[in-house]
Structures are given as structure tokens and as C-alpha cells.
Design a protein around this ligand. Structure first.
Ligand SMILES: Cc1ncc(COP(=O)(O)O)c(C=O)c1O
Length: 432
């Protein structure tokens, strides 16, 4: 594109568009993306940048993955959308069956929605209705973890209120107890004490009015790629079960192989009552969410009257294009090639984090599966502490998306080990 046409698009953008999480007054004019293939995104001026954040963690296999593109095109030619309260269709049925096969335990009833926030909102509403249906209407309270982030709808904001993103809307959120999250890193001596404190706080809040506890298993994403150990997750599940409450795992970011196994809960041998999925679900092609429940949980909603049913739904529920993309993505994900690619990325993350942690313990280097990161210090989302690094990476042709002081690599699975090493090399040289 010529500089004039790029300028014209940026002028239209600045006149008519609100971008998410951006301050239009102080932010630069955003580059115009024109193409994306594999691990790179190309801008209108011909620059190619490696997408080290999988475009907000949605892009699983790489941009423009041909088999997903073909599946979406085939489906678009057949049937783009039908009302899901009056019909079912093959892509939805096959994707639900595929998810049930891929998920652990008896998580096998899929409720489709539109994104990660709605997948969470659905889980919260299901949990509250469940206890009314089984004759325990007093179980109404929800419990979350400090710095947990679950999305931007009101229920999701309420359970994620401590993430620091929602001050402007504190008046519209409902009260939710939060428990400390024992964030840990390579070489952390205090992890067991932190876990004990967190479990004690959890026990203190687990009274008989608690309906559900929600957490992001193993990694809190937007909270700053904060990681906890699988044994902590296992202990949380045991304590929640013992208290008669439901466990909701938000695997919107961790799902689909990011942490090692297909789902983070498998690492801790935990089967939640409800699991929330989105982001990688369609391989980054279409917005879609899914809340998957255990079969026994769903039985409570079955009966002769409509008011027992779950009266919630979205216009685009189970959009056939999204389902077709999800099926194609799942096929790739469960294939040997994808597994090998993920293992290669995991090896690089573990090696680089281990090495850095020995030399620079103050950076709190940490890795979990295909994700690795550090902290530049303490800080918060909007403090700009990662901005200089972001610019340096951009200049070197790599897209980094710091969360305040948290710097991380969460690449699409097509990124090669060499490319990931290059990103770590640049980070280390920038850190001096
Ligand atoms: C763990 C988690 N849950 C929920 C969400 C919300 O997803 P969405 O942005 O698709 O609504 C996010 C988004 O980052 C997330 O990381």
C-alpha cells in the first residue's frame, strides 16, 4: 500500500473506531495489518512481525492455517448460520463430541456461546441455578482468586474484580470473596508457605453458602502470567469438593495445549464440574466460547417444565463456521505433528527459563508448557513498564504484548524452536 492509502485508513480508524484497551490520546496510530500467515503478521508498509502473543492468545497453530481456512470456506458455502434453539447441525454435534473426547473425565455436555467472557458468565449462571434446582438455594456465593481475570461481562468482572481492570465499574459488580493465588517461579523457596496460606484462606471462605469457586488453572493470564503448581490446583479441587461447592475452571487461555497436556486440569488430575473454553477453540479463526459440564451436573436441569431449563442463549450460538473451524483445529491439535511442535516449544521455554532463573533470580522467570515469562519488577497493567521492550521487539520484527511488567512469550505452535530462541536472545540482550 502507498503511504497515502495507509494514512487514509488510519484517518478513518482514528475518526470512527474505539480500540480495546487503548488510550487514543496518547497511543500511536496503529499499524495497518494486511496479511497474516504462520507465525507472522504483515503490515501495509511491508513489515513482517512474528506474533509472540498469538494475537491475544487465540491463534493456536499459526495464522491462516490452510486446513481451518478450507473447513470454514466449505461450511460457508453450505450453511452459515441457523437458530440453535430450533435446529442442531453436524458441525456443532461433531465438535461437541470431539471436545468431550478430548476433555478428561465425564465433561461431556457442551453449551456454546460467543467468547471467553460468555463462557464464564454461562458457567456462573449454571452454578447458581444448579443449587436452586437441587434444593440448596442458599448456595449463592462465588469465590475467585486474587488477580484472576475472567472477562469483561458483569459476572466475569465480579469474579475477577481483583485483577485491577474494573475500577470504573465497581458499583455494578456483585460481591465475591477472593483468595490469595500462590504465584510461583523457578527457584521460589517460599512456594509451599504461600500455598498453605492460600488454602487456609480458601477454607475460611468455604462456608455452606458457597456455590462455586472459579480459577484459571496453573496460569493466571491477564493477571500477569502468574503460575501456580499442579499440586496447588489439586488441593483446591479437593477442598472445594469437600465443602460441597462446585469447581469452575476457566481454561479460556490455558486450554488446547498451552500448558503441556490438552487441558491444564489434566496436569493436576482434576476434573472440574464446569470448564470454560474459548480463544484457541477455533484456532483463532472465529469468536466462539464453550462451557462444558459433567453429565451428572446437567441432569439437574432436566424436567417437565421450561423453568428448569437453562434460559440463556446468544444469537450466534453454535455458529456453524465457528464449529467447523473448531473441528479442524481439534483435528490438528490431536495429531502427531502438532504434539511434536508443542514439545519443541516447551523444551525451549523450560531451558531458557531454567538458565535465566539461575543467573537472574530477581526476574522470577517461569515456564509452563509452551508459555514462558519474567517480571521486570512489580507494577500494574497500565504502568507502561514493558513499553520500551515492546518497542525494541517491534523494531526487530517481533510483536510482544507485555502485561505491565510481565513479559512473556505465548507463541502459535508453528513457531520454530530457533525463532523462540531468537526472542529469548533479544530479551536477554535487552535486559543487559
Ligand atoms: C482466562 C480468561 N478468561 C476469560 C477471558 C475473556 O475472554 P474474551 O476476551 O474472549 O471475552 C480471558 C481473556 O483474556 C481470559 O484470559
Amino acid at each position: 500500500m502507498t503511504p497515502e492509502s495507509i494514512g487514509a485508513i488510519q484517518a478513518l480508524d482514528s475518526r470512527h473506531i474505539w480500540h480495546p484497551f487503548c488510550q487514543a490520546e496518547t497511543g500511536p496510530a496503529l499499524p495497518v495489518a494486511v496479511r497474516a500467515q504462520g507465525a507472522w503478521i504483515e503490515t501495509a508498509d511491508g513489515k513482517r512481525v512474528t506474533d509472540l502473543a498469538s494475537s491475544w492468545w487465540v491463534n493456536l497453530h499459526g495464522h491462516g492455517e490452510p486446513s481451518i481456512a478450507a473447513a470454514v470456506a466449505r461450511q460457508a458455502a453450505e450453511m452459515e448460520q441457523v437458530i440453535f434453539a430450533d435446529f442442531t447441525h453436524e458441525p456443532a454435534a461433531r465438535l461437541a463430541a470431539g471436545l468431550a473426547r478430548a476433555l478428561p473425565g465425564d465433561l461431556d455436555k457442551v453449551f456454546y456461546s460467543d467468547n471467553g467472557s460468555t463462557a464464564v458468565e454461562v458457567a456462573l449462571k449454571m452454578a447458581l441455578q444448579y443449587f436452586q434446582l437441587v434444593g440448596q438455594p442458599g448456595r449463592k456465593r462465588l469465590v475467585g482468586f486474587e488477580k484472576g481475570y475472567h472477562g469483561d461481562t458483569v459476572g466475569a468482572m465480579s469474579v475477577g474484580h481483583s485483577s485491577g481492570f474494573f475500577r470504573a465499574w465497581s458499583g455494578m459488580l456483585f460481591p465475591v470473596d477472593t483468595v490469595p493465588f500462590p504465584a510461583t517461579w523457578e527457584g521460589d523457596d517460599a512456594v509451599e508457605a504461600k500455598e498453605q496460606r492460600a488454602l487456609a484462606a480458601l477454607d475460611a471462605t468455604l462456608a455452606d453458602d458457597v456455590a462455586a469457586v472459579i480459577l484459571e488453572p496453573l496460569i493466571q493470564g491477564a493477571g500477569g502470567m502468574r503460575m501456580c503448581r499442579p499440586q496447588f490446583l489439586r488441593a483446591v479441587a479437593e477442598h472445594v469438593r469437600a465443602a460441597g461447592a462446585l469447581l469452575i475452571l476457566d481454561e479460556v487461555m490455558t486450554g488446547f495445549g498451552r500448558t503441556g497436556p490438552l487441558f491444564a486440569c489434566e496436569q493436576a488430575d482434576v476434573v472440574p464440574d464446569l470448564i470454560c473454553l474459548s480463544k484457541g477453540l477455533t484456532g483463532g479463526f472465529l469468536p466462539m466460547g464453550a462451557t462444558v459440564a459433567r453429565d451428572g451436573f446437567c441432569q439437574a436441569f432436566i424436567g417437565q417444565t421450561l423453568d428448569r431449563a437453562f434460559l440463556h442463549g446468544h444469537s450466534y450460538t453454535a455458529n456453524p463456521l465457528g464449529c467447523a473451524a473448531g473441528l479442524a483445529s481439534l483435528t490438528l491439535l490431536t495429531g502427531d505433528e502438532c504434539t511434536l511442535r508443542r514439545r519443541a516449544l516447551e523444551t525451549v521455554q523450560t531451558e531458557r527459563v531454567g538458565d535465566l532463573a539461575r543467573r537472574r533470580p530477581e526476574l522470577h522467570a517461569r515456564a509452563c508448557g509452551t508459555i514462558g515469562g519474567i517480571d521486570l519488577g512489580q507494577g500494574s497493567y497500565g504502568d507502561g513498564s514493558g513499553n520500551a521492550l515492546k518497542q525494541k521487539f517491534w523494531d526487530e520484527g517481533m510483536l510482544l504484548r507485555p502485561i505491565g511488567p510481565a513479559i512473556y512469550f505465548l507463541p502459535p505452535y508453528c513457531l520454530t524452536a530457533e525463532e523462540l530462541h531468537k526472542a529469548w536472545d533479544l530479551l536477554e540482550s535487552a535486559l543487559g
